[in-house]
Design a protein around this ligand. Sequence first.
Ligand code: S5P
Length: 263
Amino acid sequence: SAITLKSYEDRLRTHPSPLARRLLKIITDKQTNLCVSLDVQTKDELLRLADTLGPYVCVFKTHVDTVEDFTYESVIVPLVELSKRHNFLIFEDRKFADIGSTVRSQYTSGVFKIAQWAHITNAHALPGPGIIDGLFAGTKNINEERGLLLLAEMSSAGSLATGDYTDKTVDIARKNTFFTFGFIAQTRLGSPNEDFIIMTPGVGLDDKGDSLGQQYRTVDDVISGGSDIIIVGRGIFAKGRDPITESKRYRDAGWKAYTARVK
Ligand code: S5P
């Protein structure tokens, strides 16, 4: 049977994470639970998509280490500007996976300085709770909301993040719900009296998967199963697709599925 959940608007009043409250407000105001994954190799393409698709999304997910002509000044500065203009959050899909001390410097320093600009980032729970402490320490001097998602399940075939690993990931998240506001997952996680935000990749309306292990599910399947935000990449900007048309299509499908769920 389908999962029933409170509306985004109700949840924004009570959520323990300031970042999640900001995100739920954006979703409510813009009526979109679509996160577009901007997996492109040039800054021009990244910024062009962020500008044209900005009105249809609540979050833009990036892999900034894949941008060939990356500089902080030419990519991050305008991207942050666009996030303000179109009212979306930026999610750097960094998938941290090291000890606390190392992830703290990976998060705050180097070429990317992720903590400076990414409202959201994510991490594997594999190293244990120290990874959250390390990343949280990296937010100390940031004067804006920051939030972390743990990868509790993955969309790819043969993923090892199942069963006991997934359950223990949820336990680790419970230790700091001010910062760890949710999961990358395929199913609703946490008990009914908790409110984790579930963001789900591996969503595609026209494809079943790719040749490297990715697997796609439909928007209805994902949202009726209790996910809060759909993450879509190639479904929107693969060759031959019109990104604006597809963004509207996924936004509408996501909102329709959500409306059916809260009824
Ligand atoms: O389990 C996962 C977790 C993530 S964050 N499966 C995923 O596919 N992702 C990411 O979502 C992946 O890194 C990619 O950026 C995006 C999916 O892209 P698509 O083109 O397959 O929609």
